[in-house]
Design a protein around this ligand. Structure first.
Ligand code: B12
Ligand code: SF4
Ligand code: SF4
Length: 302
């Protein structure tokens, strides 16, 4: 292993990351993302169209960039609210953007020591995180569109560090989906086609990102999704393999949230909502959107 890769790997694992890979920043990304936007599959997330030039050319994000260092960080697999409305596993605990930003800043310092200039992101910038994660062999892109690891499955965050350092790259891995189509079959809204999720049909989009209320065609399929959706991950056999390390306790759901009934959550006014969900990624959707999601959960309204 190259000495910089070795130092990075050591530091990253000490900070709780489960894997590190190194991709060529200028590897051709193909037309998948441009086609996704051209077909309107990004729904009203117009920032995706704005980010397209930078996504396709990381030089616009960091001039002189040579590598994209990709990292995985485990989140919990258990569903802490089983019968009280589903909250996506990634969002059960503290806001991962904040949790990982400090850790990435530490890795940035390590790389500065070797003379590198860096920009760090986790779901927070114009970087094709799944593409680079697959490119450097952290896993493959499954039919649910997510990065799947042979040891660990898909329940992990991806984080990226663009760097000017020219560290040797790590090779991609073969796709192991085979003839399996379980994720497509499990998706309640038929949002998955050809390994890509159409945001216009995805419950994660409608319960988290959408500004407008979901159409009746979607809400009638919403089931128990209060915030996000994990159906295409729950169905994946690779999520039954042993995770590479224990999830960070900061990402576990706090007891008051796991105990809160939908009626209690729906009754929170704006101020109470902000207090109750302080530190949680759920906070950013606001009380009104959560109330809308709760009203649409037929299973909770029986
Ligand atoms: C926009 C977005 C969404 C949107 C749109 C979903 C979508 N279709 O991508 C919505 C809100 C619906 C969403 C939902 C979810 N998301 Co999201 N999302 C993103 C975000 C910000 C951008 C993704 C994007 O650009 N999508 C458009 C597709 C076309 O582009 P792409 O994902 O980069 O895919 C590339 C590769 O697939 C590649 N590719 C595919 N096939 C081929 C073939 C060839 C030959 C080549 C060359 C390339 C190629 O090309 C694409 C372009 O680079 C990323 C963070 C990031 N910056 O990457 C997180 C991210 C993908 N989301 C994440 C998560 C966890 C989720 C949810 C599971 C959350 C939940 N539980 O509710 C769901 C899962 C939905 C699903 N099945 O995809 C994680 C995924 C972690 C993982 N293990 O893969 C990410 C990486 C955030 C993070 N940093 O951890 N998400
Ligand atoms: S997150 Fe839910 S709605 Fe979206 S693609 Fe996966 S299963 Fe379908
Ligand atoms: S459920 Fe099957 S097809 Fe879907 S991502 Fe997992 S292995 Fe691939």
């Amino acid at each position: 292993m190259h000495p910089i890769h070795q130092a990075l790997d050591y530091a990253a694992r000490a900070l709780g990351f489960s894997a590190v890979g190194i991709a060529d920043a200028l590897a051709p990304q193909g037309e998948t993302l441009a086609g996704f936007i051209r077909d309107g599959k990004h729904a009203d997330m117009e920032w995706m169209a704005r980010h397209l030039p930078a996504r396709r050319n990381p030089e616009l994000v960091l001039p002189g960039v040579r590598r994209v260092i990709m990292l995985t960080y485990e989140y919990p697999r258990q569903d802490a609210r089983k019968a009280a409305g589903h909250i996506a596993r990634y969002a059960q605990g503290e806001d991962y953007h904040k949790l990982l930003a400090g850790k990435l800043a530490d890795l940035d310092e390590t790389l500065q020591f070797y003379g590198g200039e860096q920009r760090c992101f986790t779901d927070s910038g114009p970087v094709s995180e799944r593409f680079f994660a697959a490119q450097c062999g952290l896993g493959w892109i499954g039919r649910n569109g997510l990065l799947i690891r042979p040891r660990g499955g898909s329940y992990c965050f991806l984080a990226s560090i663009l760097t000017t350092l020219e560290i040797p790259t790590t090779p991609p891995m073969a796709n192991h989906c085979g003839n399996c189509h379980r994720c497509e079959q499990a998706c309640p809204t038929a949002a998955l086609q050809n390994g890509c999720c159409d945001a216009r049909r995805c419950l994660s989009y409608w319960t988290i990102e959408a500004k407008a209320p979901a159409p009746a065609e979607i809400t009638r399929l919403q089931g128990e999704s209060l915030y996000g959706c994990d159906a295409c991950q729950e169905a994946c056999p690779w999520n039954n393999t042993k995770p590479p390390r224990r999830p960070d306790p900061h990402l576990l759901m706090p007891a008051p949230l796991s105990a809160a009934t939908p009626a209690r959550l729906a009754a929170l006014n704006d101020d109470e909502f902000r207090d109750f969900l302080a530190g949680s990624p759920i906070r950013r959707i606001g009380a009104e959107h959560l109330q809308r999601n709760i009203r649409a959960c037929q299973f909770l309204n029986k």
